[in-house]
Design a protein around this ligand. Structure first.
Ligand code: HPA
Length: 245
């Protein structure tokens, strides 16, 4: 049976429904991952869970060791990775607590280590990234959602900003002109590193708030937390449906 990895983002520091079997502290050639790997069973199937921002949610997006995280999951035997991520909504159908499975990504981050293929190399490697997410895993997520009656938006472009601050209204307007439907801070380099390691990787985005300037209000952490309670509850149910599918 293949091992599914789940990376939990803001609002999902633990996996509801997980029967814990082992908490493993690991090291990698790239340093320590964000947290110990948590092995267990979800709906009777093996999973490994990693809290992207650390167990106590203390690591901001630009300081996450994405290389160590992906490397550790691959070393643990994971072949598929579902990356749960809180995002801001840009397109009109991406309101708070909506779930989406994006199919494209634009990288606006800077200064993050974004490849395993650097340093002492035998040759230069360029991975294909035309479709940054695994279409097979995306389809599995979408069919599991449909079977479980959980509404999910199919597709969309995730714009990945540097953070940790939220965007200005003009930045969100620019992302919208670029074709972004969602905005988050952790989608890159995570997706590209997964591709470099030949892991099947898909994102389950949970909308926490409208992107800056999309409403007259400013964005508060309290509003984000309230939307995530609802959104992550649905995401947890979808993961159980996925694993049972
Ligand atoms: N922008 C970027 N990342 C986010 C947002 C946002 O508005 N909300 C949650 N993650």
């Amino acid at each position: 049976m293949t091992l599914l990895a789940i990376i939990g983002g803001t609002g999902l520091a633990q996996l509801p429904g997980l029967t814990l079997s082992e908490r493993r502290v690991v090291d990698t050639p790239y340093g320590s991952p964000s947290a110990p790997l948590v092995f267990g069973e979800l709906a009777g199937k093996p999973v490994v869970f990693l809290a992207r921002h650390g167990e106590k949610h203390t690591i901001p997006p630009h300081q996450i060791n994405y290389c160590a995280n992906l490397w550790a999951l691959r070393e643990a035997g994971a072949e598929q990775v579902v990356a749960v991520a809180a995002v801001g909504g840009i397109r009109a159908d991406m309101g708070p607590a909506v779930l989406a499975v994006p199919d494209q990504i634009i990288d606006y981050t800077w200064g993050r280590r974004s490849t395993f293929f650097e340093g002492e190399l035998d040759h230069v490697t360029h991975i294909d990234f035309t479709w940054p997410y695994s279409q097979a895993l995306r389809r599995r997520l979408l069919s599991a959602a449909e079977a479980a009656g959980i509404a999910v938006v199919d597709g969309g472009t995730y714009g990945c900003t540097q953070g940790p601050r939220l965007e200005s209204a003009a930045e969100i307007a620019r992302l919208e002109r670029d074709g972004c439907t969602l905005v988050g801070m952790t989608g890159m380099p995570e997706a590209a590193l997964a591709r470099e390691l030949e892991l099947d990787y898909a994102s389950l985005a949970v909308v926490a708030n409208w992107g800056a300037g999309k409403t007259d209000d400013i964005i508060t952490m309290a509003d984000i937390e309230a939307a995530l309670l609802d959104g992550m509850d649905k995401a947890g149910k979808l993961l159980i449906a996925l694993i049972g599918s």
